[in-house]
Design a protein around this ligand. Structure first.
Ligand code: CP
Ligand code: NVA
Length: 319
């Protein structure tokens, strides 16, 4: 049972931390962030002003496009009483070769927190190493922890619990899968994914998720057959076949993934009350049929909204 004293200890432990991946957070800390996200959502809907980050500034460096992440961080920071600065990589000196180390040091002198969306995960690790302020991973080639946090907030709101549920991911073994898998392991959920050969999740990610799963008693199954993965699932998840940076592989991937579409035929094998999830942006008719993504099981816009609340929880906790 989590007591008030425990909660205070968790809150204290979170201050000043980076948020690079769920792997660095304990199950209790993740639960704390989910509960805080739900509370901040309640406050916002009730019109309560809550400004714990008054006078603070967040720098947001983007190497890749974004709709949800950019808007939700910017609005989230404003709602918490602070301000956010959008810094396209091409517009700052980092785009002309200033080192990540120097950028980290300089930005630490002005700001109270930073987010980075990057092609190489090592960049966000290096930024965090060089910075004296908290750094948040706003998507890398390896992981997308803000997305997974918002997704599990959404699942918790719809299902009333997380532990014991089964999450099925069908499609590309990418950044979104990795964070979803780690989150499931930490939260005691059973996770099964099916990807075509050559597109499996990274072995290192599967290994670390399985280690986390051992502690919570959950299971991670990586299979080839989408039917096997989706069988009895409470949550059915998919993402684009070609992530940012892989656009030139689109045609090859369409061939490789043709039997991996989440559609009315495949979802028959999930539980009757399954939730359909997608991080968005989506390609209807590719990874998911229109009937499924726009159907009654879909909670895609709740996930998108919860990016705001979940990231506010992260920023309020660590900044
Ligand atoms: N899901 C997500 O991160 O969306 P954006 O790329 O629009 O930020
Ligand atoms: N896997 C996708 C997620 C986008 C939010 C990508 O990296 O492009």
């Amino acid at each position: 049972m989590t007591t008030t004293a425990n909660l205070e200890e968790i809150a204290l432990n979170l201050k000043g931390r980076d948020f690079l991946g769920l792997v660095d957070y304990t199950p209790e800390e993740i639960r704390y962030l989910l509960d805080l996200a739900i509370e901040l959502k309640r406050k916002q809907k009730a019109g309560e002003i809550y400004h714990p980050l008054k006078g603070k500034s967040l720098g947001m460096i983007f190497e890749k496009s974004s709709t949800r992440t950019r808007i939700s961080f910017e609005v989230g920071m404003y709602q918490l009483g602070g301000q956010a600065l959008f810094l396209s990589k091409n517009d700052i000196q980092m785009g002309r070769g200033e080192t990540i180390r120097d950028t980290a040091q300089v930005m630490s002198r002005y700001l109270d927190g930073m987010i980075l969306r990057t092609f190489g995960h090592r960049n966000v690790v290096e930024l965090a190493r060089g910075a004296t302020i908290p750094v948040i991973n706003a998507l890398s080639d390896q992981s997308h922890p803000c997305q997974a946090l918002a997704d599990y907030q959404t699942a918790l709101e719809h299902k009333g619990k997380l532990a014991g549920l089964k999450v099925a991911y069908i499609g590309d073994g990418n950044n979104v899968l990795h964070s979803l898998m780690m989150g499931a392991a930490k939260l005691g959920m059973h996770f099964a994914s099916a990807s075509p050969e050559g597109y499996d999740p990274a072995e290192s990610s599967v290994k670390s998720s399985r280690e986390a799963a051992q502690e919570t008693g959950s299971r991670i199954d990586i299979v080839r057959d989408p039917r096997e993965a989706i069988e009895g699932a409470d949550i059915v998840y998919t993402d684009v076949w070609a992530s940012m940076g892989f656009e030139e592989e689109q045609k090859d991937r369409e061939k490789a993934f043709k039997n991996y579409q989440v559609n009315e035929e495949l979802t028959k094998y999930a539980k009757n009350d399954y939730l359909f999830m997608h991080c968005l942006p989506a390609h209807r008719g590719e990874e998911v049929s229109e009937g499924v993504i726009d159907g009654k099981h879909s909670v895609i816009f709740d996930e998108a909204e919860n990016r705001l609340h979940a990231q506010k929880a992260v920023m309020a906790a660590i900044m």
